[in-house]
Design a binder for this molecule. Structure first.
Ligand code: HEC
Length: 175
C-alpha cells in the first residue's frame, strides 16, 4: 500500500483516478483475451483442409457421387435396383417384397444396427411393446415420424403403402 501510495503520488493520481485506471486496465485485458480467442477460433475455422484425408478428391467424389449410380450398375445390389423400379412395375409384387425392398433401401440404415435407439430388426424384445400398440399406431409413427424416427424414414418420396409394407416386414421378422 505504501508503495501504491508513493506510486500514485508520483503519478499525481487521486484514489478515484487510480481505481478508474485499474478498471480500464482490467477491461482492456478482458477485451484482449476475447480478441485472442476469437482470432484463434477464426484461424482454426479457415485453416487449410487440403491436407486432410477426408478432403481428398477421391473422398469428396465418393461422398457426392449420385446414389442412382449404385442402383444401376452394381449387380450385387439387387434390393436397391428393385426399389428404383417405377412404382407401376412393383405394384403387382407381393407386399413382402415391397416391404423388404423398402426396408433395405431406407430403413436398414437405422433399424439394422439400432441407431438412435431404434428397435433393431429381428429384436423380439425391442419390438414386443411396439407391436402391442397395434399396427395402425406403427404405421402412423412410421409415416408421420416419432421422436428420432423421421417421417417415412426420412424419404418423403416413399408411398404410404411402401412404408406400411416395410413396417409389416419388420414386424414379421420380430414376432
Ligand atoms: C434415422 C433413423 C431411422 C430410419 C432411417 C428409420 N427409422 Fe424407424 N425408428 C427410428 C427410431 C429412433 C425409432 C424409435 C422411436 C421412438 O420410439 O422414440 C424408430 C421406430 C420405428 C417404429 C416403431 C414406432 C413405434 O410406434 O414404436 C417403426 C414401425 C419404424 N421405426 C419403422 C420404420 C420404417 C418403416 C422405416 C423405413 C421406411 C424406418 N423406420 C426408418 C429411427 C429410424
Amino acid at each position: 500500500m505504501v508503495q501504491m501510495k508513493a506510486w500514485r503520488a508520483q503519478q499525481g493520481m487521486s484514489t478515484i483516478e487510480s481505481v478508474v485506471a485499474v478498471a480500464v486496465g482490467t477491461v482492456g485485458l478482458i477485451v484482449a483475451i476475447v480478441l485472442l480467442v476469437q482470432y484463434s477460433v477464426a484461424s482454426y475455422g479457415t485453416r487449410d483442409v487440403s491436407g486432410e484425408a477426408a478432403m481428398s478428391h477421391e473422398a469428396i467424389a465418393a461422398r457426392i457421387k449420385p446414389v442412382g449410380d449404385i442402383a444401376m450398375f452394381d449387380p450385387s445390389a439387387p434390393q436397391l435396383a428393385a426399389a428404383a423400379v417405377p412404382v407401376a412395375a412393383t405394384t403387382s409384387a407381393p407386399a413382402g417384397d415391397k416391404g423388404e425392398a423398402t426396408f433395405k433401401a431406407v430403413c436398414t440404415g437405422c433399424h439394422s444396427a439400432g441407431v438412435l435407439g431404434s428397435p433393431k430388426f429381428g429384436d423380439k424384445a425391442a419390438w414386443a411393446p411396439r407391436i402391442a400398440q397395434g399396427m395402425d399406431a406403427l404405421y402412423e409413427h412410421a409415416i408421420k415420424g416419432k421422436n428420432s424416427m423421421p417421417a417415412k424414414g426420412g424419404n418423403p418420396a416413399l408411398a404410404d403403402d411402401d412404408v406400411k409394407a416395410a413396417v409389416q416386414y419388420m414386424v414379421k421378422a420380430a414376432k
